[in-house]
Design a binder for this molecule. Structure first.
Ligand SMILES: Cc1cc2nc3c(=O)[nH]c(=O)nc-3n(C[C@H](O)[C@H](O)[C@H](O)COP(=O)(O)OP(=O)(O)OC[C@H]3O[C@@H](n4cnc5c(N)ncnc54)[C@H](O)[C@@H]3O)c2cc1C
Length: 234
């Protein structure tokens, strides 16, 4: 099958990152096509909204940036351009009002991600962005992407290619981290994927277990020692 060329940007992955890139490019009149391996887009985003979609935090900007620890300096200019205020405005433009919870965290009033995702996909469609599901990127060499669908396997090139393929957790939602192999085969150095949310075992006191087991924890600071170095967890 001959290689097709797409005169625009191909984005691999229809999670929030891929949809945001598609939104910005298509709003600027650029041609965009998203390939997503799953039958529907934004599956992890929808999962994120199941227990209440925490979209950002209402604390002061400097405090907010400091939460990124060693990465704060890198993240700072990005958040200056598109930070908590802009995220809330973006959500409001999509018809989703927000509220601040008792912990200071910000949520859409609907709590769930589904209404936001629906409005977002509608806007992308109106802006001319193409979304092609059930297409998995299985190879990438010299600007050639190999896509596998239930019907065929084909190669496509594009003016720009963006990988927005997520992390390595929740495989059933599409994010299996297998893109790391594609990057390695292109001699791109990547840091090993590591969990940023994780469980831990702690010998809580009888008092804590008896009075607080199963209760939600809010506004908590945790720290631990890692190789004799104190690490602030949150
Ligand atoms: C239970 C849970 C609760 C969460 N709660 C929150 C919350 O309250 N607030 C918050 O901000 N975040 C929350 N998150 C995190 C949030 O969901 C993720 O940070 C976000 O989805 C990451 O977006 P992404 O676009 O980078 O990646 P993803 O959402 O993982 O999207 C990547 C997409 O790429 C596709 N893909 C991967 N490989 C390929 C390939 N080779 N070819 C084609 N497509 C491919 C995947 O199918 C997927 O759709 C939560 C996550 C979970 C699991």
């Amino acid at each position: 099958m001959p290689t097709q060329h797409f005169n625009g940007t191909i984005i691999i992955g229809a999670g929030p990152s891929g949809l945001m890139i598609a939104d910005i490019l298509s709003a600027a009149g650029k041609k965009v096509r998203i390939y997503e391996s799953m039958p529907t887009p934004g599956r992890k985003f929808l999962m994120a909204g199941r227990g209440g979609l925490n979209i950002t935090h209402s604390e002061g900007f400097d405090q907010f940036v400091s939460r990124y620890g060693e990465a704060s300096a890198t993240i700072y200019p990005l958040l200056k351009t598109f930070g908590p205020k802009e995220v809330i405005e973006w959500m409001t433009q999509l018809g989703q009002e927000s509220f601040i919870g008792s912990s200071g965290r910000v949520f859409p009033k609907a709590m769930k991600a589904a209404p936001l995702l629906r409005a977002w996909l509608d806007r992308l469609k109106n802006q001319g962005a193409e979304l092609i599901t059930r297409h998995r990127c299985i190879d990438w060499q010299d600007n050639h992407l190999t896509l596998e669908s239930p019907d065929n396997t084909f190669t496509v090139t594009a003016d720009q290619i963006v990988f927005a393929t997520g992390g390595g957790s929740w495989k059933k939602l599409g994010t299996d981290g297998q893109w790391t192999a594609l990057f390695k085969s292109n001699q791109i150095k990547i840091n090993p994927l590591a969990p940023s949310n994780c469980g831990f075992i702690s010998p809580w006191s009888d008092h804590l277990r008896e009075h607080y087991a199963g209760k939600p924890l809010k506004g908590v600071n945790l720290s631990t020692e890692l190789r004799h170095k104190k690490v602030i967890l949150c």
